[in-house]
Design a protein. Sequence first.
Length: 382
Amino acid sequence: MNAAPPLATATDTAFELQALLDAAVDAIVVIDHIGTILTFSRAAERIFGYEAHEVLGCTVDILMNDEDRQSHGSHLAQYLASCIPRIIGRGHEIEVRRKNGTLFPASLAVGLIPESNPPRFVGFVRDNSAQHESEAEAHRLQDRLMHVARLATVGEMASGIAHELNQPLAAIATYAHACDRLLGGADPDVEEVQGALKQIAEQAVRAGNIIRKLRGLAKSERPTRVPSDVNQVIAELNLLIESDAKAHGVDYRRDLQPNLPQVVLDSSQIQQVVMNLVHNALDSLALAQVETGELVVQTRRTGAGDVEISVCDNGGGVQEAIVNRMFDPFCSTKPTGTGLGLPISRTIVTAHDGRLEYSPNEPRGACFKVQLPAMRAEPVSA
Ligand SMILES: Nc1ncnc2c1ncn2[C@@H]1O[C@H](COP(=O)(O)OP(=O)(O)O)[C@@H](O)[C@H]1O
Ligand SMILES: [Mg+2]
């Protein structure tokens, strides 16, 4: 027969408790009813940078930021008077202070030690600074990726842009030569020269406009979402899409439903999505054996009242083999494709609480639809 295990003595229990305190990853701090620190665990020493003997007997204020320091005393007093806990049992985010004065984000959970009179409280503090830093780093990387992707979109448009810029530049050269010739004659026709100069000015404005739009698209700025008219966002791209479509020998049609509800969006991000979709359509049309390549950009209000932008083409449609993977990063059927256009576009649209979906076009080709939530009217306050 096995002998019964010996009963734990009070000393054993105290040792176990100490071992628990020492092994815990979160800082454990026990305070009394006036905030005096009674216990300060190993993890607390590591996280706060104090040794236990430096803080035992001090008030817990030394671990707090200025704001909490001012309110903590009154919260304790309030609790003692009412016994209604404000934070007990609930984890919450706070900012705490290290010995060297630096502040860091942490989660705090507080429990009341049962039967303690006057009451004592145990606080568990988790250092969240690494998590916050990695979140901030992820945001920074996301911003950079968006910028690089935007530049890549602009880069993809280079051939269309070059083609479009060449036309006004060639016209300017022709008119300038004509002016030279006219002015070199015996009796120059001033009106004719003026006409040619006017043309030069117009063509220069046209070229300038193209460059301005391009700059706008390539610009790196912090994302800002404001209530916007989707048709206006598309209209700003018109010149770029038109020149690109022309360079690809594709018919470009716009079909924008008027009076759409406003959408809260970041216009340069949504423009990037549209340009990505337009590029994919033009790529597909370049390969497709169609007599007339067609690209249609449409906006409309959906049955649910939201706003939809669709980019459709009559190319080959998305290949069956990748239909389920096309939104995955690096999924590309093109020899020099990055496979990032669709996943980045979907990330942008999802961040706008919208959806980006694919459906085959009828009778042939691809259709990508971006649905964005319409701005709801502010509830009228009573
Ligand atoms: N309009 C389209 N027509 C046909 N296939 C498309 C279309 N748009 C996207 N695809 C397919 O989805 C893939 C992923 O697109 P994307 O993420 O933009 O990457 P990339 O354009 O660099 O290949 C493309 O390689 C292509 O096979
Ligand atoms: Mg692409």
